[in-house]
Write a new protein. Structure first.
Length: 289
């Protein structure tokens, strides 16, 4: 059972300057509000003058009425301790939009995990710059929107996309969406857009990376899931994995193996995001697994 399927369960994420007593302050605060801590993780970049990160799962009786009091109290604590915080609860599911182009492996992995309730999200819509996956997506009862995109129509296409997303989603997953988002688009969803790509970078950039990797005789392939920033493929990394290959693999074998790694890595990154296990610090992440 995932965090968000547990009744009356809340998750509190905190980031603040390192100082003595922060853990005691938050623990006592939760106790005063009759919250029962069931899981606790922490990390500091430097015990003397670093940044402190904390994730707390807690159960709260009379959740609907008590959560407002918690939020008000956290505002006061945050002001006194220069604290950034995020409070979520098991009763509110995150809403995930999926962007995809022609390849379906990452898309279908996410849909399968959603359908089997392994990924407790709502999927209000799937958007693609190609129409080839429409029937497959709609067979799961999910709305599919085809928004063609060229260099000349990029601005208008993004405007239409943002209109479709407005008020409907909390975060976006690029499930092998082969388009570069503009800074204007990214600014609407900071640290809320997750991308997947092969881990050959910075080697084999551009078209046909698996063919060129095959010609080079690589022994490892992998995938990286990260948040999207204005620096292409250089956003904070959430999850990575690799798979060992050898001389017997053809370029097509490498593609198949790469797809397996990509869909697993992306699904894990999305799950951690949904369960509020990820905190962004600069261009890095703290992931409480």
């Amino acid at each position: 059972m995932t965090t968000r399927e547990k009744g009356n369960r809340g998750v509190l994420l905190i980031s603040c300057p390192e100082k003595p007593g922060i853990i005691s302050i938050i623990s006592n605060f939760l106790l005063e509000h009759q919250a029962n801590i069931v899981h606790f993780d922490q990390h500091t970049t430097d015990p003397q003058a670093g940044r402190f990160f904390m994730r707390i799962e807690f159960d709260l009786q009379n959740f609907d009425t008590s959560i407002e009091g918690l939020e008000q109290g956290l505002h006061e604590i945050a002001q006194n301790h220069s604290m950034d915080w995020q409070l979520s609860n098991s009763k509110k599911r995150k809403r995930m939009a999926i962007f995809v182009s022609k390849m379906d492996h990452c898309l279908l992995e996410l849909i399968w995990r959603w359908k089997s309730k392994e990924l407790p999200v709502d999927i209000p819509l799937v958007i693609s710059n190609h129409a080839n996956l429409a029937d497959e997506v709609e067979s799961y009862g999910l709305p599919f929107y085809h928004i063609p995109l060229t260099h000349e129509t990029k601005e208008e296409a993004e405007k239409k996309t943002l209109e479709l997303l407005d008020g409907k989603v909390d975060f976006i997953v690029l499930a092998r969406y082969m388009q570069i988002l503009t800074p204007n688009f990214i600014s609407k969803y900071p640290n809320q857009i997750i991308n997947i790509h092969h881990s050959f970078l910075p080697a084999f950039v551009g078209a046909n990376p698996y063919v060129r990797a095959f010609n080079r005789g690589v022994k490892l392939i992998g995938a990286t899931a990260h948040y999207v920033t204005n620096d292409l493929d250089e956003g904070p990394i959430i999850q990575q994995d690799v798979l060992r290959v050898n001389h017997s693999y053809s370029s097509e074998d490498l593609k198949v193996a790469g797809r397996h790694v990509e869909r697993t890595v992306l699904a894990e990154a999305v799950a951690w995001h949904v369960e509020d296990r990820v905190l962004v610090h600069g261009n890095k992440t703290i992931v409480f697994e």
